[in-house]
Write a new protein. Structure first.
Length: 255
């Protein structure tokens, strides 16, 4: 793989010496299960997987410049269409929340469209993997749809998968880039950035204006700020559980 540098990262080819760094994140129960694979149980398992990764040569090691440490991986995997590849990535949980994966994805996309001259890049995530979804949306991918009961996890559970894509035309036109966001009520929201406005004084983010927001027992997972405002940052009801929303609205209408 061609070495790519961004502001804080180096995307480079894997070497056998990276086994310890890979095992450090691959053993985490926060990493593999989110992508349906089993956490590594030994350094020997990681070494075997790393050897195959080096042979496949379609994945970069993500090295953090300041620490000279591999903190994750990102790859462009072949699909049934020669000029289309599927993006995949993973990051050590100790480095979540710093924008590293968004930075790595944008570097990989530049390589995909400028060097490989691809016509499109695909990416997907398990329906409950909010962190992965956040990265995908920040990088400007277009949502294509959700396949129900699409992927079997290592533990036998079957999950829905959300699919996205970006075309070369979208990349070249810059339409994949999101505009600046002047204001949101809660910048820590999993779905940030999602709102834009030129009138922040008259804007209030009610989590996509969920129709259940005003219900005391909405069935979601809200909390309340010190000023009494209902905070729905940890709730996914309006995004994925429309049947629940309709049911609650129907119950309210029949009372």
């Amino acid at each position: 793989m061609k070495t790519i540098e961004s502001d804080r990262l180096i995307l480079r080819a894997w070497t056998p010496d990276d086994a310890e760094d890979m095992y450090d994140y691959a053993k985490s129960p926060l990493v593999g299960p989110a992508a349906s694979w089993k956490p590594h149980e030994s350094i020997e398992e990681t070494k075997a997987y790393l050897a195959q990764t080096i042979q496949d040569d379609d994945t970069w090691a993500i090295e953090l410049k300041d620490e000279h440490k591999v903190i994750g991986s990102i790859g462009l995997h072949e699909t049934a269409v020669d000029s289309v590849r599927e993006l995949g990535y993973v990051l050590h949980p100790n480095y979540w929340g710093n924008g590293y994966m968004t930075e790595a994805v944008k570097a990989a996309l530049r390589f995909a469209f400028e060097d490989l001259q691809l016509i499109a890049v695909r990416v997907c995530h398990n329906v409950n993997n909010a962190r992965s979804r956040n990265v995908i949306q920040r990088c400007g991918f277009r949502y294509d749809g959700t396949l129900r009961r699409d992927r079997q996890c290592y533990d036998g559970t079957v999950r829905d998968t959300c699919y996205y894509s970006m075309t070369r035309e979208e990349w070249e036109s810059g339409s994949s880039e999101k505009p600046a966001y002047a204001f949101v009520q809660n910048r820590a929201c999993t779905y940030f950035p999602c709102h834009r406005t030129n009138d922040p004084e008259h804007f209030n983010c009610l989590f996509c204006y969920c129709p259940l927001y005003r219900m005391e027992n909405c069935g979601g997972n809200p909390s309340y700020l010190s000023n009494g405002i209902k905070d729905c940052s940890n709730c996914t009801v309006p995004h994925f559980h429309y049947a629940h929303v309709i049911k609650k609205l129907t119950e309210g209408a029949n009372k």
